[in-house]
Write a protein that binds this ligand. Structure first.
Ligand code: GLV
Length: 315
């Protein structure tokens, strides 16, 4: 392949400078014949580093586009809303910084539940000396809904810590050390056993409100929930009801139907809910730029791109 290929950039304006620095660095490291032109004429762009906040919603001016590299893992904001030419792969962000960050978030909050760190904090603040015997990981089944890149990494780390880990995915999977389930019956099984339930599914028409009044009712009483997938995976009213009745002991939520979470939302004032501001899996510019270069390198070498969105499946 001869000549220099052009990488264009269409992302949130306040992120353009940071992306430019890290992409330049990654291009230099790769030694590939590539040139980053952030405000390139669309007709000259071979690879577009993209998210919807950059304002591009159709690609007809990008006549020589070879791939769109999304800077986010989640693609529900584009699937069905933005159309790209069928022959152009649209790639989800999969990068080590995000995978580490996400799995560490889930492991940390699972350990917090296991050790009852909130109770320790409460007793400590109140000057109370009262013993209890913390549960052991091996007596605490954890369910992971979603076994993509992020869910698989999380399940593996939890299993390594001794938790019995069950995973659930749309398509059947086999993962070492994880009890894998799929389909509606699998969902019922995993819910019935999970003391801690982790949500890291993509948001699609079939996963919206996967946790609702009926499915929350299947959990063991007093189970805990950690959602860092997307807010609408959970029916908020049903979760608030389950928290109120004690069916769910605590929920740690990083993602919401409306973000930022509106100041009058009942989650804010519920002592059994921990809100974090969508920080579980930030895209890390440095490792993400390397991941983008990896995909472009595959294309230059004639290999198929990875993590390509299937618009029909919705992710
Ligand atoms: C973050 O939520 C992402 O989709 O990358």
């Amino acid at each position: 392949m001869s000549g220099e290929r052009v990488i264009g950039l269409s992302v949130d304006q306040d992120e353009t400078a940071r992306w430019s620095i890290e992409l330049e660095r990654a291009i230099a490291t790769s030694g590939r014949p590539l040139k980053l032109i952030p405000d390139a004429d669309p007709a000259t762009v071979d690879y577009l580093v993209y998210n919807i906040d950059g304002g591009v919603t159709e690609f007809s001016a990008y006549t020589r586009l070879r791939a769109i590299l999304n800077t986010w893992a989640g693609v529900e904001a584009v699937v069905g809303k933005v159309s790209w030419p069928e022959h152009v792969p649209f790639v989800r962000m999969v990068e080590t910084g995000m995978t580490e960050g996400m799995s560490e978030y889930f492991v940390g909050h699972t350990m917090r539940y296991l050790l009852d760190i909130d109770r320790a904090q409460g007793q400590s603040s109140a000057g109370v000396w009262q013993k209890w015997t913390p549960r052991l990981a091996r007596h605490t089944p954890v369910g992971v809904l979603g076994l993509g890149e992020l869910g698989t990494a999380t399940a593996g780390k939890l299993a390594a810590l001794g938790f019995p880990v069950h995973g659930w995915s749309r398509n059947p999977k086999a993962l070492p050390g994880i009890t894998c389930h799929d389909g509606p019956e699998g969902l019922e099984k995993i819910l019935k056993t999970s003391q801690v339930l982790i949500l890291i599914l993509p948001l699609t028409e079939s996963t919206r409100h996967v946790l609702n009044a009926q499915t929350l009712g299947l959990l063991p009483k007093g189970a805990c929930i950690i959602n860092a997938g997307r807010g609408p995976l959970i029916d908020d009213d049903a979760l608030l009801g389950a928290l109120h009745s004690g069916q769910v002991r605590h929920a740690t939520l990083d993602v919401f139907a409306t973000e930022p979470l509106p100041s009058d939302h009942p989650y804010w004032r519920n002592s059994n809910v921990t809100v974090t501001p969508h920080i579980a899996a930030e895209t890390r510019f440095d490792t993400a730029a390397e991941a983008i270069l990896l995909q472009i390198g595959r294309d230059l070498d004639g290999f198929a791109l990875q993590h390509v969105v299937d618009a029909r499946a919705g992710y």
